[in-house]
Write a protein that binds this ligand. Structure first.
Ligand SMILES: Cc1cc2nc3c(=O)[nH]c(=O)nc-3n(C[C@H](O)[C@H](O)[C@H](O)COP(=O)(O)OP(=O)(O)OC[C@H]3O[C@@H](n4cnc5c(N)ncnc54)[C@H](O)[C@@H]3O)c2cc1C
Length: 472
């Protein structure tokens, strides 16, 4: 058995774990960050490729929350977590949402004003930027459609560096493996990849050691303090597996439904890069945006379409994927499957979310026709495409638990922070029922923030660690 000792063990190296590890290492703590996945270069595989899904996503992205319908979801699983393969869209959290969290969940010393300096520090430390010159044609179409409808839209900044204005599709992802993790190692922290923690041994409320596998060998890591940052599914899985069964009861996620539109001109080429435009008009409850549209993605989102529609994929350069994402009102649970060592995730989509997504589809289709789309493919299995704007309204009210094909990439709330009557951890992430265990990742967000969450996760993680350090 491999034996390791440290002052603080951080489980998981996504945004939450990286921020935690770096701040502790800088403060002179003997910190070890362990990561189940491998350590790849940020550019080890092409964006949106099968190879990237295989390298950087848990189970190659084949993960689903059971329910009616099931909701497929994606979790990162490599050094840097999901920041290594996500679009890196940075959206400042909506102040009213942050203030409501403080009030509704009894989070002390929290609110938009209190979080603002941490957000500013995150932006400064990691770097966000806008495209140096123009958007992709699919983004332009969405913006033009929003303008025609009189709706607000915006370019969303990214955790990205665009070095060459002439190559707007290129640039460097500001992922954790490129930013906070090397800084943590330079500050004396240790990073162990291919190290999965299965269980925490404890004496009553006190956690003693983490048991797992490192590079295929059994390992035991003894610590004084434990911080779990394994993401909104794996954090409650590990805690429940170690006897803290009050967590994993209130999973929230943002269900998404996607549609494909065809335009008369070319809107889709790999060099156009990630689409960065979102329609702001209906936030925080609803986001309309454009999505990755490489041929495998188009094929995936046309899966249930009639065969003649799928044949039209030969025309993929004129087609692009768009989405409706809602702030899900449904709730889910995370449980352990001891024999398989895996998480069992269930999610019940709220009836209001089907209605909201149907409304979103009608709005999105209307905007796309207004922008010149000649066809909008219905997400319903076997349905013919819509061919004129007057048909857009027919998508309202069409989705239900039997026909909707839903997915999610933003998961939260499995160990909410706040008052013990509503939360799994205190206002700064200390796990209830434990003396030396903290949580510091997406699990802490009380509900969905209604915008891309990575900025909020990093800022909250920073706020929490700085408080722990002050208290020591
Ligand atoms: C495809 C995709 C696109 C996205 N796009 C955006 C976007 O554009 N903008 C945005 O703001 N957000 C985006 N997100 C969401 C964002 O990436 C996540 O919210 C964020 O990464 C969550 O951070 P985290 O620290 O909670 O966990 P994660 O990033 O999930 O990291 C957790 C890490 O812990 C490791 N781990 C888990 N269990 C164990 C264990 N037992 N032992 C050791 N290690 C373990 C995992 O392997 C993983 O690497 C996207 C997510 C995905 C999947």
């Amino acid at each position: 058995m491999r034996e390791i000792d440290c002052e603080t063990l951080v489980v998981g190296s996504g945004p939450g774990g990286s921020m935690t590890g770096l701040r502790l290492a800088e403060a002179g703590e003997d910190v070890v960050v362990v990561e189940e996945g491998d350590h790849y270069h940020v550019d080890s595989s092409a964006d949106h490729s099968l190879e990237q899904m295989d390298e950087k996503w848990r189970s190659g992205g084949l993960t689903a929350a059971l329910g009616s319908p099931k909701v497929t979801y994606v979790e990162g699983r490599c050094v840097g977590g999901a920041s290594e393969s996500n679009a890196g869209l940075y959206h400042e959290p909506i102040p009213e949402v942050i203030d409501a969290w403080a009030d509704d969940y009894g989070i002390s010393e929290f609110g938009a004003d209190a979080l603002a300096p941490h957000l500013a520090a995150v932006v400064d430390e990691i770097g966000v930027s806008r495209r140096p010159s123009g958007f992709s044609p699919a983004s332009n179409a969405l913006a033009a459609g929003a303008d025609s409808m009189g709706w607000r839209w915006a370019e969303i900044e990214r955790f990205w560096r665009y070095p060459d204005p002439k190559e707007p599709g290129g640039g460097e992802r500001r992922s954790m493996s490129e930013t906070l993790l090397p800084a943590m190692v330079a500050a004396g922290g240790r990073l162990l990849s291919r190290t999965r923690i299965d269980r925490i041994t404890r004496h009553g409320r006190r956690a003693i050691a983490a048991m797992g596998q490192s590079d295929g060998e059994p390992c035991r890591i003894a610590f004084k303090r434990l911080v779990v940052c394994a993401g909104a599914v794996q954090t409650p899985r590990l805690l429940r597996n170690s006897g803290w069964t009050h967590v994993g009861n209130e999973l929230t996620l943002n269900p998404m439904v996607r549609i494909v539109a065809r335009f008369p001109d070319v809107v889709n080429r790999p060099e156009f890069g990630v689409p960065v435009v979102q329609i702001e008009e209906f936030k925080p409850t609803m986001t309309l945006g454009c999505s990755y549209s490489a041929p495998p993605h188009l094929a995936m989102w046309l899966e249930g379409s009639p065969s003649e529609v799928r044949r039209s994929l030969e025309d993929w350069e004129r087609m692009a994927v768009f989405y409706v994402k809602v702030c899900g009102q449904g709730r889910g649970t995370v449980r352990t499957m001891p024999l398989l060592g895996d998480a069992l995730v269930r999610y019940r989509t709220h009836a209001a979310d089907f209605a909201a997504m149907g409304k979103g589809l009608a709005r999105l289709s209307a905007a796309l026709f207004a922008a010149g789309a000649v066809e909008v493919h219905s997400p319903l299995p076997g349905a013919q495409p819509l061919r004129k704007a007057s048909e857009a309204a027919s998508l309202e009210g069409v989705l239900n638990g039997r026909n909707a094909s839903l997915s999610a990439i933003h998961l939260h709330s499995t160990v909410r922070m706040g008052d013990p009557s509503r939360a799994g951890a205190d206002s700064f992430g200390a796990l209830y029922g434990a003396d030396n265990v903290w949580v510091n990742d997406s699990s802490l967000l009380p509900t969905s923030p209604g915008v891309n969450p990575q900025g909020a996760i990093l800022a909250i993680a920073r706020r929490n660690v700085l408080r722990w350090l002050d208290d020591r």
